[in-house]
Design a protein around this ligand. Structure first.
Ligand code: F6R
Length: 602
């Protein structure tokens, strides 16, 4: 979704803002712009299209200043166009803003301001913020911001500059991320940490409806009564390297390759570190129901976890799409544990599901990658995936880290519920501890997967099948492929084929079959034979495959592991398969069309 960056300091703002915008590109955007403030007023350059062309435009129409704001826009209200791009200015050119979020009552505000003779130039909801702030401005920017945001309904992260207060950059947020960074040569606002990592790892996390006033050398915070408040400066342990490609062609490939290390860090933290302490403090015996809710890949992690929790804990687990959860009158109460899974911790639907769960009295536990994010802050318990910044839109390493945290959670719950003995617990944890090494073994076989993927680029449709937990991970394989390769794809439980899907199978239809559940091998293999006899080409991925390859059947073996944890290995092959199909098609893998990394609108 939209990205915001802002800087005030003693360096030239434009290069810092342009660099920050590049680091925010992965969030998804269709237009971009910059505004700087100087003695002459605002210098604004903005346009529809990629950042490379914005950079060219800035070179042709240089703007100068040591304070400025920048924005990447993912259109919601008003088509992607030069005029709808941010920053937006009030009609007297006194206030400039960048906005991430949706102003739900913008039409009412716009009408009211138009009646007062104020002219709007864009079709966006965001322009009302600039116009309203300018209309309210009475010499005090903090009071103006309080008044302005009090009139807004919806969600916002805002960067604001005011010509009458030329030293100040203002930030305020509600339901959209915004962080504040401080360095020796100035202060920053940004939608996320990677945007400012070249300058600082010292950040303040802004809470909803807190205002930050940044000057060259300090940041002051205010509440909605305009009173000063204190906030704690935190040090982020992400490094600049972790947010750069490091020689890989795409972030996605780099992030896939990082998985053994990330798995190791996450497993260590969940067995011996901070995560372990949090898991221990949660008394699972108090709850009679577990609900996991999330979106996209995080939902798929929940689907895998359902099999693990139910098998180990013998407790029924419901997995709900967060976008559906709050509209279904969920049956939850204080005896329900609701687990929210989210890489960003900022997904609007997952935030809404969390708040609905809390409203109904449920206890909430989140599994999050981004420290300081909304879900991490608002849930009763939070455990962190140790994935570092994930830049590619398609999640890989964060998904893998979510899986291992969910396994370890299930094991701890099973022990607390008396369902497994300490010996079984130790054995299961030992198997989990072996995952990073086995993941590294798979990554050594990249060439084979790459070669196979090259034969699939002409496919119109690819089906993924599996049974039991293999079906759950097939869903992730299918999502990964379709989002980055633009090839239609569906995941089916193997046994469901005969109930309809098999009619779609014809000569050379591609089917990927995951087979790690040894006890179900004969069943999935019979599905494989059924599709082959109707002309399909099949790739089997698994650890228990007894068949031999032939013209219509290729096999990729993965190391043996307890079937409950096998998704952590099969998913690596599925990620690489999706990656290489898309790479062979020459697609923009890290920023697939229409998608955004962090979906902060409903
Ligand atoms: C797919 C993908 C998305 C996210 C989903 C939830 O590769 O990345 O499906 O999993 O948008 O995002 P988070 O985990 O940030 O809540």
């Amino acid at each position: 979704m939209c990205g915001i960056i802002g800087y005030v300091g003693n360096k030239s703002a434009v290069p810092i803002i342009l660099d920050g915008l590049k680091r925010l590109e992965y969030r998804g955007y269709d237009s971009a712009g910059i505004a700087v403030m100087n003695e002459q007023g605002f210098g604004v350059v903005k346009q529809k299209g990629r950042l490379a062309s914005l950079e060219q435009l800035v070179n042709q129409q240089p703007i100068a200043g040591t304070i400025g704001i920048g924005h990447t826009r993912w259109a919601t209200h008003g088509e992607p166009s030069d005029i709808n791009s941010h920053p937006h200015l009030g009609s007297q050119n006194k206030i400039a803003i960048v906005h991430n979020g949706i102003i739900e009552n913008y039409l009412q505000i716009k009408e009211r301001l138009e009646q007062k003779g104020i002219n709007f130039v864009s079709q966006t909801d965001s322009e009302v913020v600039a116009q309203l702030a300018e209309h309210y401005y009475d010499g005090g920017i903090v009071d103006t911001v309080v008044r302005t945001v009090n009139a807004l309904e919806g969600s916002y992260a805002l960067g604001i500059m005011c010509l009458d207060e030329p030293e100040k950059l203002i930030a305020v947020k509600k339901d959209n991320p915004l962080i504040i960074g401080v360095s020796d040569y100035g202060c920053f606002i940004a939608s996320d940490v990677p945007a400012i990592l070249p300058h600082t790892n010292k950040v303040y996390y802004l809470n909803d409806r807190e205002i930050a006033v940044l000057t060259r050398s300090k940041v002051e915070f205010f509440n909605m009564d305009g009173e000063p408040i204190e906030k704690e400066l935190e040090v982020v342990n992400w490094t600049l390297d972790s947010a750069e490609k490091g020689g890989y062609e795409h972030f996605m490939l780099k992030e896939i390759m990082e998985q053994p290390k990330i798995l190791q860090d996450t497993i260590h933290s969940a067995i011996h570190g901070d995560n372990a302490r949090i898991v221990e403090s949660l008394d699972i015996t108090k709850y009679n129901k577990i609900v996991i809710t999330a979106c996209g890949s995080a939902y798929n992690a929940g689907m895998v976890a359902k099999y693990v929790f139910e098998r180990l804990c013998r407790v029924s687990v419901e997995v709900e799409l967060a976008s559906e959860f709050r509209y279904k009158d969920p049956i939850i109460d204080k005896n329900t544990l609701v687990i929210l899974v989210s890489q960003s911790g900022e997904t609007a639907d997952t935030i809404a599901a969390m708040r609905e769960a809390k409203r109904r009295g449920a206890v909430t536990l989140s599994i999050i990658n981004v420290v300081g994010s909304t879900i991490a802050k608002e849930t009763d318990y939070t455990i962190y995936t140790m994935a570092g910044p994930e830049i590619a839109v398609a999640t890989t390493k964060a998904f893998s880290a979510q899986l291992v945290l969910l396994y370890i959670l299930a094991i701890a719950f099973a022990r607390k519920l008396g369902r497994i003995s300490p010996e079984v617990e130790a054995k299961l944890l030992a198997e989990i501890s072996a995952i990073p090494e086995k993941a590294a073994e798979i990554l050594e076989r990249v060439d084979m997967i790459q070669k196979y993927a090259a034969t699939c680029i002409g496919c119109k449709s690819i089906f993924f099948i599996g049974r039991n937990i293999d079906y759950a991970i097939s869903m992730e394989g299918s999502l990964k492929l379709k989002e980055i390769s633009y090839i239609h794809s569906e995941a089916y439980a193997g046994g469901e084929l005969k109930h309809g899907t098999i009619s779609l199978i014809e000569d050379n239809t591609m089917v990927v079959a995951v087979s790690c559940c040894e006890r179900l091998y004969e069943k999935i293999y019979s599905n494989v034979e059924q599709v082959i006899s109707r002309g399909a080409k099949v790739l089997m991925i698994g650890s228990c495959i007894k068949a031999s390859p032939h013209g219509k059947l290729q096999i990729i073996e993965i190391p043996r592991i307890n079937e409950l944890f096998s998704p952590s290995l099969s998913v690596i092959v599925l990620q690489l398969f999706a990656y290489y199909v898309a790479a062979n098609k020459g697609l923009d893998i890290d920023k697939p069309r229409n998608l955004a990394k962090s979906v902060t609108v409903e």
